[in-house]
Design a protein around this ligand. Structure first.
Ligand SMILES: [Zn+2]
Length: 465
């Protein structure tokens, strides 16, 4: 009896604390997201990876019209699988082959048709349907040489793992409704220099699509690193701090008020970590504060270059003997990207973190726009201001903050459905602040980091010394 009373008291105090912290209380868990996480099945992912491997090679320069071997066979199989997934969507998911002719380039010896397979699940809230979230894996593969179209290039981990995860997400999520639109995409030409993702991102820019976030999944299936470390419990999420497309004026502002750790992509990574911690506790998200692995790149970069927030998921410990290698045994060591080195249950967990985050972000209102901090006034308060969201189910906003040295948001305060708020007695010199939107079901948007208000209508003089 005493024990249960203590538990009750503990539970009560936890609830009170959670009202002050960004982490959601378990009671606020969204049932749609819980169901999606449960339905993602490692067996489907394994079957997809083995099927993709069965095409022998998926090099972008390999056969386009052979039904059994090469790039074209993989493309057509993926298209058919996404179409199957779309059947559960009541017509809300459409599938297309997005093709273009790539001219000769460094890793493209002759003009080549590049085809992305793109499944779009249309959002159901009129105010949010033009807000787009993209999740991708690349289905092309390579062995030692990117232009070798003949060698066997199973690409089980790089990147059948990411492709299979995206296909499984589409299969599970197609029957659920989201306010915003989700694009599930298998891209080509990654190993030829990010060609397929560049094409999609450029199309998005030219058509002024509102791509609010992009996740790429690339190499998400190896749990025994070349360093000998076995780790099935963590995944890396890479995000840039300083935006790739930052203008000189924005750089000046950043130097003046801080923010090198607060790009929209970094807020996205924090959102993924928060969501993953709640819905997929068996897989810890490790935030890596750089755009990609050291000096390397992936399909998120063309999006970053065009100003779209984007992150990369990759396993924690890679084994380079099983990436971009001709299949061979050397001194008793097996080289090659073979399915026997992929941990399918782990891929499923990475897919769950992706799916939970995508669902959470697409159910939530848009992250607030036009967020500013009144910059010039010498004050012990912090005055924030933002534009009103347009969603009809909006409940209001939360101010979040942290010490300037903290990695993630540590505190939050619900401020109601307002567009200005003053944090009394909390100096903008001493904390980082942000604003996020919340709907009536408790879905929270990612955080928007404020810009300093440019107007100099201030009550105090503007001396900064
Ligand atoms: Zn890759």
């Amino acid at each position: 009896m005493l024990k249960s009373l203590t538990l009750l008291l503990v539970a009560a105090s936890v609830t009170i604390v959670s009202a002050q912290t960004p982490r959601r209380a378990p009671a606020a868990r969204n049932r749609t997201i819980t169901n999606i996480v449960r339905e993602i099945d490692a067996r489907n992912i394994e079957a997809s990876i083995r099927k993709l491997v069965s095409f022998g090679t998926r090099n972008t320069l390999s056969e386009q019209n052979d039904p059994n071997r090469g790039f074209g066979a993989a493309r057509d199989w993926l298209y058919a699988e996404f179409l199957k997934a779309a059947e559960a969507s009541n017509g809300r998911m459409t599938v297309e082959k997005q093709s273009y002719e790539q001219q000769k380039a460094q890793r493209v010896p002759q003009p080549t048709i590049i085809t992305n397979v793109v499944a779009t699940l249309k959002g159901t809230q009129p105010e949010s349907t033009d807000r787009i979230y993209v999740v991708s894996g690349h289905y092309d593969s390579m062995c030692n040489t990117p232009t070798d179209a003949k060698c066997d290039a199973p690409g089980a981990n790089d990147d059948a793992s990411g492709t299979a995860a995206v296909l499984e997400m589409a299969r599970v999520m197609a029957k659920y409704e989201f306010d915003a639109t989700i694009v599930f995409m298998a891209v080509a030409g990654e190993e030829q220099s990010l060609l397929g993702s560049t094409h999609f991102a450029e199309q998005a820019k030219q058509k002024s699509w509102n791509v609010d976030a992009m996740f790429t999944n690339d190499i998400i299936g190896n749990t025994l690193g070349g360093n000998g470390v076995r780790d099935r419990g963590t995944v890396r999420v890479f995000s840039e701090g300083v935006p790739t497309n930052e203008t000189p004026a924005e750089a000046n502002t950043r130097r003046s008020v801080g923010g090198e750790n607060d790009s929209a992509s970094r807020q996205l990574a924090r959102f993924i970590k928060e969501t993953g911690d709640v819905f997929v506790p068996q897989l810890k998200v490790t935030l890596v504060y750089r755009r990609d692995r050291y000096g390397r790149g992936g399909d998120h970069i063309p999006f970053l270059e065009r100003g779209y927030p984007a992150v990369r998921f990759t396993e924690t410990n890679e084994d380079f003997r099983h990436q971009h290698q001709n299949i061979r045994v050397e001194n008793g060591v097996q080289f090659g990207d073979l399915p026997e080195f992929v941990d399918f249950a782990y891929v499923a967990n990475v897919a769950r973190v992706n799916a939970a985050s995508l669902a959470a972000i697409a159910l939530a209102p848009s992250r607030p726009k036009g967020v500013t901090i009144l910059a010039q006034r010498l004050s012990h308060d912090t005055d924030l201001k933002w534009d009103a969201n347009k969603e009809p189910d909006l409940a209001g906003y939360e101010i979040v903050w942290r010490e300037t040295t903290a990695a993630t948001w540590t505190n939050s305060k619900a401020v109601g459905n307002v567009t200005t708020f003053s944090m009394k007695g909390m100096s903008k010199d001493n904390y980082f602040f942000g604003v996020r939107a919340i709907d009536r079901a408790g879905n929270r948007s990612p955080v928007t980091y404020p810009r300093p208000q440019t107007r100099t209508q201030t009550t105090t003089n503007t001396s900064t010394q």
